[in-house]
Ligand binder design. Structure first.
Ligand code: HEM
Length: 467
């Protein structure tokens, strides 16, 4: 297995040059910076894809004052995310998102992160997630009811529907609250993501006090989210002594220990906003892309339908059904291969490092891109093709583990992966059991890489009975 790159020596100026503790990766010449910058603003997926195609598994991209180190080999991902993770903090995009998310689990570092992770992790243990299966199945049944109401009628925005459902699941399972009562929380999260991406692509050069429409929208969104969190906490307190074992209760109890109540209040807000953002967009994106991909494969719809009828009959799914919904799981896994909801993982090197053959100076921005890694031709045959069979046990066993990282890797591995997978598999099985969703002719589905991989303009689909 080579980790030196696919096109490294094919491009003039792209040859690796020796450096301290490894070579400098090849990459476009500095004079190309303006073109690259425009691509970063307009088409980030194309930028990453062509960088990997032209320069191989390690690419140095100079953008004005910043130099990005983009690594695209499973060994590199393992090194940065797991083996030497202590050398890396969260990087561009997430650093900017911290303005909205504060020091929640996704963006915090060091001792604060460890403490919060220890406190929150137990809520996501498999045993606890299994207990949430009924609530997830009921929310999924609500979604199927809403979709069924559109049977034979005009198109419905499936992405909007699954987003409402995943927020509903979070409210019930983690917060013991009905988030539907808080209005358009999903829109506020969109504004937060928009701003984080804007700050990322402008490399933080635009002052945040400028009254640009985007920034004003962001401020309003942040205020709305803070109001939602304050209300959640107040409503819980009004119900009497806090004893539950959901995230909200654990946070209330833990932040009471904070000497300064303002610090405790801020920590609670950061953590709840983070969990709501990280926990609903990702699963909704997985579902949107799954339905879109399956729409192009009638035989996959047929197999999904057959499995759901056989395993579930006409009852709601239970946690123990998950391992029998094997094909459904493979379909969801393949959708997350082609369209990983977290399409890029950004890190900032705290000290100099050597990644594979390459030197990474201290302070560099390091990028690992699941979107390109999951399409690496050395590990995925015919990578653009949607083929759930890749996730049959033989296929999975034949690949390096870090060739597929939709939930990240190492200590910052997704805390909510079991919940996200259970939701996605239940929803796909329950929809396929009785319905078939079809894309609207003329509507082009376009990926929009924000903090998560969204679909520009949603996913309008028509609904008809299965079979
Ligand atoms: C299919 C659904 C999901 C996908 C694909 C996904 C993906 C990811 C990825 C790739 C990371 C690592 C980010 C990094 O290393 O920079 C992550 C972290 C995280 N995810 Fe998820 N996620 C999903 C569902 C969820 C759910 C349901 C929740 C919570 C309810 C959640 C909460 C989090 C949190 C809090 C982190 C930060 C963990 C830490 O740094 O300690 N995710 N997720």
């Amino acid at each position: 297995m080579s980790s030196t790159g696919r096109g490294a020596s094919a491009v003039p100026g792209g040859r690796a040059s020796p450096g301290r503790g490894g070579m400098a990766p090849p990459g476009p010449p500095r004079r190309a910076a303006m073109g690259l910058f425009l691509k970063l603003v307009r088409d980030r997926l194309a930028l990453m894809t062509s960088a990997a195609e032209l320069y191989g598994d390690a690419v140095r991209i100079s953008l004005g004052p910043k130099t990005l180190y983009f690594f695209n080999h499973p060994d590199h991902a393992k090194h940065v995310l797991a083996d030497n993770s202590a050398n890396y903090h969260k990087g561009i995009g997430l650093v900017q998102a911290r303005r909205a998310l504060g020091d929640g689990l996704l963006t915090s570092e060091g001792e604060l992160w460890r403490k919060q992770r220890r406190m929150i992790q137990p809520v996501f243990q498999n045993r606890r997630i299994a207990q949430q299966a009924d609530a997830v199945a009921e929310e999924a049944a609500g979604l199927v009811d809403r979709l069924r109401a559109h049977r034979g009628g005009g198109p419905v925005d499936v992405l909007g529907e699954v987003t409402a459902m995943t927020l509903g699941v979070l409210g019930r399972t983690l917060l013991d609250a009905d988030l539907g009562a808080f209005g358009s929380v999903a829109h506020s999260f969109e504004a937060v993501q928009d701003q984080a991406m804007f700050e990322m692509v402008t490399l933080g050069a635009v002052p945040t006090w400028l009254p640009l429409p985007k920034q004003l929208r962001f401020r309003r969104a942040r205020e709305q989210l803070q109001r939602v969190v304050d209300r959640l906490v107040a409503e819980r307190a009004a119900r009497g002594p806090v004893e539950g074992d959901d995230v909200l209760s654990r946070l209330i109890v833990s932040t009471r220990e904070e000497a300064d109540p303002r610090v405790g209040g801020r920590r609670m807000r950061d953590e709840l906003i983070t969990l709501m953002l990280a926990g609903h967009e990702t699963t909704a994106s997985t579902l949107g892309w799954t339905f879109h991909l399956v729409d192009g494969s009638p035989e996959v719809w047929d197999r999904l339908h057959a499995e759901a009828v056989e395993v579930l009959g006409d009852r709601l799914p239970r946690h123990e059904d998950l391992h029998r919904l094997r094909y459904t799981t493979m379909v969801v896994e393949e959708a997350m291969r082609l369209y990983p909801p977290v399409w890029i993982l950004t890190r900032s090197a705290q000290g100099a490092d050597q990644v594979g053959l390459y030197h990474v100076p201290r302070g560099s921005d390091v990028l690992i891109c699941p979107y390109t890694l999951h399409r690496h031709p050395e590990f995925w045959k015919d990578p653009e093709r949607f083929d759930p069979e890749r996730f049959a046990p033989e296929g999975t066993a034949s690949r390096p583990r870090y060739a597929y990282i939709p939930f990240g890797a190492g200590p910052r591995f997704c805390v909510g992966n079991s919940l996200g997978m259970m939701e996605a598999v239940f929803v796909v099985a329950m929809v396929a059991r009785e319905l078939r969703l079809t894309g609207v002719p003329g509507h082009r589905v376009v990926a929009e890489p924000m903090l998560s991989l969204r679909m520009r303009g949603g996913l309008p689909m028509t609904v008809r009975p299965a079979g």
